[in-house]
Design a protein around this ligand. Structure first.
Ligand code: CP3
Length: 341
């Protein structure tokens, strides 16, 4: 597909900067909230008809340059045997956390077509109707392990780090199991028609650079190295101290949060990768001139160089006004590459 977004991922010149948003489908949308009154989030993820419909909502409402599969990073982990709930306003919860080697026996390597057949079915339906790329995704081993070990969201990841340091063999088995499963999962998504993939390591910023490099990066690299033929985006939050390692895990595109200025991050990463980001999602709640200035600052820092995909530094917040996102898309289209900005 000779497409704007894919070209930018490959660092080829484009007429204008492509734009999409993490969590572009979600609670900020009245149409999504209406569906959620009738269905749980996991019901939506597990129904190809509903998941496809929700995936298309932001494409229609915002005319973004890429769609992202509507699902959750923990859906395939449930397919591996974990008992998953998603609690409103809090996030994923696991009933019996993984704390020891014997707990691992409850999990098996994911077989996408058997364990989560609705995912590839959703993708096959979507690519029939979409006129732009569909991004597939998976959670990275550390972030998935953190939910499995903590049993839910965490502030300090103490149980996860304790397992990582005190039971290195169990840690290796857990992260290997997750890496093998997510590699198979992403390959299945690409085979079904996804034209790019994003690996979300949202919570890995809690680690020191040394622990990340020694105890986590090798597993994320197994996944990224194993996915061939499509651009691979690697994203973490609060991980400015890990940027070079995030790149070294074999990404084509490094996702940046808002804490690091885009030009400084790109200078550190070098010219061999594209970057995605990095407007603070909270800026969408600011007065219009503040939002516009912040978006133009991101564009100015990208400097029209090939290889920038405009995005937020993390997901769209539920309090966001859909109109603010629409106007943001217009600003991005009027600045940056090829528009004299
Ligand atoms: O980006 C998209 O539009 C695709 C959909 C998507 C969801 N989750 C749907 C969802 C994606 C890409 C994810 C990934 C995900 N899930 C990540 C990585 C990205 C990130 O935000 O860092 C993480 C860490 C999770 C775990 C998770 N699931 C969290 C933190 C939450 C939010 C808790 C809350 O209620 O605010 C969820 C639930 C979830 N996943 C929602 C959505 C739209 C919330 C909406 C709902 O309950 O209906």
């Amino acid at each position: 597909m000779d497409d704007l977004f894919l070209r930018a991922c490959r660092r080829e010149p484009v007429d204008r900067t492509p734009v999409w948003f993490m969590r572009q489908a979600g609670r900020y949308q009245p149409e999504y909230r209406a569906l959620r009154e009738r269905y749980g989030i996991l019901d939506i993820c597990r129904s190809p008809e509903l998941a496809a419909r929700v995936t298309l909502l932001p494409v229609e409402a915002l005319d973004v340059d890429a769609a992202i599969l509507f699902s959750d990073i923990m859906v395939p982990v449930a397919g591996m045997g974990a008992s998953l709930r998603i609690e409103e306003g809090r996030g994923p919860a696991i009933d019996r956390p993984v704390r020891s080697a014997s707990d691992l026996a409850r999990l098996h390597v994911l077989e996408p077509e058997a364990d989560v057949p609705f995912v590839t079915e959703t993708i096959r339906e979507l690519v029939k109707v979409l006129d732009r790329p569909l991004i597939g995704f998976a959670g990275a081993p550390f972030t998935l392990a953190s939910y499995l070990v903590e049993g839910g969201p965490s502030r300090d990841y103490a149980a996860t780090k304790a397992l990582m340091w005190s039971e290195p063999k169990t840690w290796d088995r857990l992260l290997s199991l997750l890496a093998e499963s997510m590699l198979t999962y992403l390959r299945a998504q690409v085979d079904a028609g996804a034209s790019a993939v994003q690996l979300f390591d949202s919570w890995v910023g809690t680690l020191s650079a040394r622990d990340y490099r020694d105890r986590v990066l090798p597993y994320s690299r197994r996944i990224l190295e194993g996915v061939a033929g499509v651009p691979r985006i690697h994203f973490a939050v609060g991980a400015s101290h890990l940027l070079e390692s995030i790149r070294d895990a074999d990404a084509d595109v490094v996702g940046l949060d808002w804490r690091v200025p885009l030009d400084e991050a790109w200078a550190r990463l070098g010219p061999g990768v594209a970057v995605q980001g990095n407007l603070d999602p909270a800026a969408l709640l600011a007065p219009w001139d503040v939002l516009r200035d912040a978006a133009e600052d991101v564009q100015a820092r990208a400097g029209g160089r090939p290889g920038h995909v405009f995005n937020l530094g993390h997901g769209v917040l539920p309090a966001t006004d859909p109109d603010a996102l629409r106007r943001l898309v217009d600003v991005v289209r009027g600045t940056g590459t090829g528009a004299g900005g």
